[in-house]
Ligand binder design. Sequence first.
Ligand code: NAP
Length: 311
Amino acid sequence: MDVDRDLIIIGGGPGGISAAQYAARANLKVMVIEEMAPGGQALIISDLENYPGIPETISGIDFAQLMEKQAIDFGAEFLTASARSIKKEGDIFHIETSKGSFTSYAVIIATGAKNKLLGVPGEKEFTGRGVSYCATCDGPFFKGKKILVVGGGDAACDEASYLSNLSDNIIMIHRRDRFRAQKSLADRVLKNKNIEVRFNHILKEIKGTMKIGSVVFENTETGETYEEEMDAVFIFIGTIPQTKLVPDLPKDEAGYIITDQCMETEVKGLYAIGDVRATPFRQVVVAAGEGAVATHCASQHIDDIKGMSYI
Ligand code: NAP
């Protein structure tokens, strides 16, 4: 049976775009299916400063656009659509999307991860009205205001540093007595005079009428609960892998897809890369590297099916 594409990549973050660029350059007929603008989680990075070879900081949006242009220049195709299902019959994958059905010899899942919600009263009610999960997107609305940042990982430290350029009144709480974040990011926060860090604190409630007026904290060391005026709450407490297209694949205990060193899942020709994959370090550079590896292995798999393998 003829297929529409050699390789279909679902998800257009840095991993997916990198995979597409490598595939197009290797002369594979490749299509990326992405429901939003290409860039994935990288779009919310205000200053990308640790991507090798780019010494000047660059915004995630600009970086994603450069990646996308490079992939398109090599011949990759991008489709704005939602992927609805993936099925395999023989050697062929069938992908149903909001814009029609497609077939391919190999599929790379690069669907990334979404922000975790805290689940406290007021969070849902004030989302978009003071509660945010993206400092670059919403920080400028709260210039000079009192801002709370919740979380203790890389994202929380990164975003708190960004917000400290907009306000000198940032409170940051973390449920433990030290940050989980990489030392360089954690130190930057701890030394920042615009950020007051309160460890052993949890957020109990967000209160207000039309907009946020105050929050309720619990100091978990003392058991004390107290209310404090607040204008905005930025929540960065981790991510949830987006795996609904592949419910049956083996995952780790946190729900991330397990692959071999070729990024191949237990299904031949089906790969997973980037933030949706079980990996010890989620970074733009890691996702991009995984995209290159997956495409390399997918290309060999496609050659096998086409009888073009170099044996
Ligand atoms: P993360 O590393 O999983 O950290 C989540 C943080 O939120 C942890 O400190 C966790 O506390 C806390 N947390 C989780 N659930 C909570 C809850 N219900 N209430 C209060 N606190 C809660 O997630 P992330 O910071 O979003 O990072 C995700 C991935 O992206 C990581 O692999 C990270 O390295 C990467 N990333 C990298 C950069 C960078 O290098 N510049 C920037 C952003 C993200 P515990 O520590 O107690 O578990």
